[in-house]
Write a new protein. Structure first.
Length: 492
């Protein structure tokens, strides 16, 4: 995976700074609470939501089990429809392929549909290094790009910005990228949207090359699907002469009929809409209609490694709705930048460490960026058990063990800094497997409860600095049982 965000501090350190930003927390609280309330209402309207959720899960799991077959079918379908398919094993290869395709057109600028995959591999930076300027056309992505910022949310990348900040960014930066913002621009949504429309319109009409991702790819027909709310995607997909779509291999579905499920669950889970305002579908090329040349770049970049993990592979079901972010108490307080990845929030905490590995400080800390409350699993439209994967990844980080990296079976070493934790767990295992020792320890703890400290010493201080130590009861449950049940020993 691209190193765009790697090098950031571990999540606790990055989050500490974000939590102290009152403006950021206010922006996040208002936005996430609004979105999740609307989503809950939209989902409640559907009587068979649970069945749709289960159907989405099964379609994704079936596809992942037979991914090799469906990818070959997709290539055949796209090629038969007039498209050209390229395969990219990693970010470097994907960036090289796209850069060479743009250079072959002779153009030095491209317009882009919002795409997580292109952000994942750092495509904009790669194009810039090659002398090619990429213009983001999604409103929120435009705000991020003009502000020299990073996205902090899957659905609303500029969720951390309020209207006043956006107005200032438009007024200050638009002129350097094209048409300047109107004089006297205010922070009213209508004026901000109009400024963005005027700024982008000239780019849509001038650009000869468009770059997109895709929400879904249909193996049986070679059809790609983009769902969006503004219409910018349709402009990018239809006006340029050349269209290059870079898509993760997990975005495939077997048949046209499978789209029925996801076109119901995705809009309600993401934007709380009954159906998407703009659903664009294209199959290869057609004379006189849309781009004359179509290239599909299929991206692996750690996905087959993730697929090899029986527990972690469920992260590949994700349809990027961002519902898990909007209900997560950790994301609401820390914001997306603290995750050090284009995939923030609960899904990022399980996806990024699998795509990138856990060698860096930030990736090793992400599985701990959760309270394990389970709210993310409850709202996921494809039933990804995020808490289960988080615990699984924590175990891998602390204990090491077998994993797959770059297609090779490897044995990971236990991460540094967890020696005390491992020692504590070994001691607990020893005590819990010896009833006599456990009884003695419980009696000792109860008998000395008056002398127990309020905070832990040494390495334990980091834990108790933000938590209250539980008070040891006067007698253990075992002692209470024996006293009230006539001395019967539960271990017999």
């Amino acid at each position: 995976m691209s190193g765009t965000f790697v090098g950031m501090p571990a999540f606790p350190e990055a989050a500490r700074e974000a939590v102290g930003n009152a403006t950021l927390r206010g922006n996040l609280r208002h936005a996430t609470h609004t979105i999740r309330a609307k989503r809950a209402k939209a989902v409640a309207e559907v009587s068979d939501w649970a069945e749709l959720r289960e159907a989405g899960k099964r379609i994704k799991d079936h596809t992942l089990r037979h991914l090799d077959r469906y990818l070959v079918q997709l290539e055949e379908s796209v090629t038969a429809a007039g498209g050209v398919v390229h395969w990219a094993a990693d970010a470097e290869e994907a960036n090289r392929i796209v850069t060479e395709l743009v250079r072959a057109t002779g153009e030095r600028e491209v317009v882009k549909v919002k795409s997580m995959a292109t952000q994942e591999i750092g495509l904009n930076e790669a194009l810039e290094a090659a002398g090619i300027r990429a213009y983001e056309t999604d409103l929120a992505e435009l705000i991020v790009q003009l502000g020299k910022d990073r996205p902090s949310h899957i659905l609303v990348p500029a969720i951390h910005r309020n209207r006043g900040e956006i107005r200032d960014i438009f007024a200050r930066e638009m002129g350097a990228w094209g048409r300047p913002a109107p004089e006297g621009l205010t922070d009213t949504p209508a004026e901000l949207a109009e400024a963005a429309r005027l700024h982008l319109r000239e780019k849509f009409l001038r650009a000869k090359v468009g770059i997109s991702g895709a929400n879904f790819m249909v193996a049986e027909t070679g059809t790609l699907v983009v769902v969006e709310s503004e219409g910018n995607g349709r402009m990018c997909l239809t006006l340029p002469e050349t269209l290059i779509s870079l898509v993760g291999i997990e975005k495939i579905v077997p048949s046209w009929r499978d789209l029925e499920v996801f076109l119901q669950t995705l809009p309600r889970s993401s934007t709380a809409e009954r159906m998407n305002p703009y659903t664009s579908m294209w199959t290869g090329t057609t004379d006189g209609d849309g781009p004359r040349t179509f290239h599909l770049v299929l991206l692996d970049n750690g996905r087959t490694d993730t697929l090899a993990d029986e527990v972690g592979r469920q992260a590949l079901r994700c349809i990027r709705c961002s519902a898990c972010l909007n209900v997560c108490p950790v994301y609401e307080r820390a914001g997306g930048h603290a995750y050090g990845s284009v995939y923030p929030g609960p899904i990022g905490a399980i996806l990024s460490p699998q795509l990138r590995g856990t060698a860096s400080e930030i990736d090793a800390s992400l599985p701990y960026a959760s309270s394990l409350c389970g709210a993310c699993y409850e709202v996921c439209p494809v039933a990804i058990d995020i808490p289960e994967v988080l615990v699984h990844l924590r175990e891998r980080i602390v204990q090491g063990g077998p994993a797959t990296r770059d297609g090779n079976k490897v044995v990971l070493k236990p991460a540094g800094g967890h020696a005390a934790e491992r020692a504590a767990m070994r001691a607990a295992r020893w005590a819990f497997s010896r009833p006599g020792a456990l009884r003695t320890g419980q009696r000792l703890a109860s008998g000395t409860r008056r002398f127990h400290p309020r905070t832990l010493p040494g390495p334990g201080r980091a834990w108790s600095a933000t938590r209250e130590l539980p008070t040891v009861p006067a007698e253990s449950f075992r002692a209470w049982w024996q006293r009230t049940r006539g001395g019967k020993d539960m271990t017999k």
